[in-house]
Structure formats: structure tokens, C-alpha cells
Design a protein. Structure first.
Length: 275
């Protein structure tokens, strides 16, 4: 009965025919992502913060996922190895990610395709009667918090969980949520941000939640604070076909605006020019 309460998801033989599934670490990570993704909207506590998750999302870090993946010698995977596997899933269009220093929200692409609920069953609870479908290698039926230590497990906040609402599919959210409805900060170039939103939509990976928008704003502000131009960060991601925004690894450029605004006879300007 305990297994039934926690729900299950079906594995189909077509999954085993894919080349990437031969990598047992990737297979294990993919199964874990599907198993830990939320099947409905809810608020969870992670890293001492509250996170609003939609259907098909989980919040975690590469380090936490690494501790959950062990080989036959009980040796953990490294966070770097997990990051490489997540990047593979991103390139394959299986997931999208939005992160900050506290954690990363992972969204299962087309999550509704992996969640099977029979027509005569309520959609606000997990189903344990999933039927096999040829359309997907894995079809998620349900998830519940696992028995992980409390410092690593997303804590569901009962008083804020939206129990009375059926789960929304990512496709439904992409139609109802307009990322351009969120005000753009004054420090951020609006045309660059609009280009990023359009680029994500053109890639069939639209920004689906306000949480994702705010996470992108925070990352771009951090880039600005250390001397990078947020518009350059956006343009670099677009040019490279990235689905996410990343802090540049190269040192920030000299603040040209400050240098050009100095008077020609200013001592600091003279030192900047000749020393």
C-alpha cells in the first residue's frame, strides 16, 4: 500500500532502444527527474526559500542530484558530471532550466505527455492506473515527496498547496502566461529582453512562469553588478542557441561609459588613458 500511495510511472521498452539510455547514469538521472517532478502546482521550501512550482517542475542543485546517483562501489557522481548530463537533456529538448545561486528549477518538456490520467479519474491526484502508450518512452503517473533528508528534500507547504486545482500542463501555461507582461527593470535593455523572449518562443521553449522571468532578471542583474552588459549576455545566448542565460566566464569589460564621461582634464581620466 505504501508503494501505491506514492504512485508510480511506467517504463516502456522503446526507452531502452535509445542510444543515450545505454549510459546507465543518464538513465538513472532521467528516471529520478521524472519521479521527483511535481505533478501539480504547489509551493515548496528549498534552501530556506519558498518556490512556486508548476506541473512538471522540481527545484534542486547539481550537487544534490549527484549525491543521489551512486555506482556499484557506492561512489557518488560529481556535480560536474550531473551538469553535463543535464546539458545533454537540454540539447535533446527533454528539459529546460532556470537557476540562481539558491537552486535550479528544472522543467520537464511536454510534461503532460508523460503524465497519464484516465478520463474518469480526478486530475488533482496521482493515478496508479497508467496504460502504456507508444507516444512516449516514459509516462509519469504521480510523485510524492521521498524519504530524503529534510535539508535536501523539497518541503511541501500544506497551507499554500493548491489542492483544489487540476494540474496545468506546460503547454497550457505557455498560452496563458505572457513573459512580456512582467515589467522590465530600468537597468535592462528592453529590446534585448524582448529578443530573448521571442527567441525562446521561436525555439518552442517559451518562458512559462513569472518565477522563470524573475530568475532571469536576477541572473542578469548579477552580471551587471560584476561589470557585464546584460544585453551582451542575452545576445551571446541567442547567438549560441542556448535555452538559458549564463554568467560570462571571461572578465568584465572596462566601464566605457564612465571613462568617456570624464572631463579631458580630469586626473583620473588622464591616468586611465596613459598609465
Amino acid at each position: 500500500m505504501e508503494n501505491k500511495r506514492l504512485g508510480h510511472f511506467s517504463l516502456f521498452r522503446s526507452l531502452l532502444q535509445t542510444d543515450w539510455a545505454k549510459d546507465t547514469a543518464k538513465l538513472a538521472l532521467w528516471v529520478r527527474l521524472l519521479g521527483e517532478a511535481s505533478y501539480r502546482e504547489r509551493t515548496v521550501e528549498f534552501a530556506s526559500k519558498e518556490w512556486e512550482l508548476s506541473s512538471g517542475q522540481l527545484v534542486t542543485t547539481a550537487a544534490i542530484l549527484a549525491r543521489k546517483l551512486r555506482d556499484q562501489d557506492n561512489k557518488e557522481k560529481s556535480p560536474q558530471a550531473v551538469t553535463r548530463m543535464l546539458n545533454f537533456f537540454i540539447r535533446e529538448g527533454m528539459i529546460t532550466t532556470e537557476g540562481n545561486r539558491s537552486g535550479t528549477v528544472i522543467t520537464i518538456t511536454n510534461y503532460a505527455d508523460y503524465q497519464s490520467v484516465l478520463p474518469d479519474e480526478p486530475s488533482d491526484r496521482p493515478s496508479d492506473k497508467a496504460k502504456a502508450s507508444g507516444g512516449a518512452a516514459l509516462r509519469l503517473v504521480a510523485d510524492e515527496p521521498s524519504d530524503e533528508p529534510p535539508d535536501e528534500q523539497n518541503k511541501t507547504l500544506p497551507n499554500k498547496t493548491k489542492n483544489n486545482k487540476p494540474p496545468k500542463s506546460p503547454r497550457g501555461e505557455s498560452k496563458s502566461f505572457d513573459p512580456l507582461s512582467i515589467p522590465v527593470p530600468e537597468w535592462l535593455d528592453k529590446p534585448a529582453w524582448h529578443s530573448w523572449v521571442k527567441n525562446r518562443a521561436d525555439m518552442k521553449k517559451p518562458i512559462k512562469t513569472e518565477l522563470a522571468v524573475n530568475a532571469a532578471f536576477r541572473l542578469l542583474k548579477e552580471c551587471l553588478d560584476i561589470g557585464h552588459n546584460p544585453a551582451d549576455v542575452i545576445n551571446t545566448s541567442i547567438a549560441n542557441g542556448y535555452q538559458g542565460l549564463f554568467k560570462p566566464k571571461y572578465p568584465p569589460k572596462r566601464n566605457l561609459l564612465q571613462a568617456t564621461s570624464q572631463h579631458w582634464n580630469d586626473r583620473e581620466a588622464w591616468e586611465n588613458e596613459f598609465l
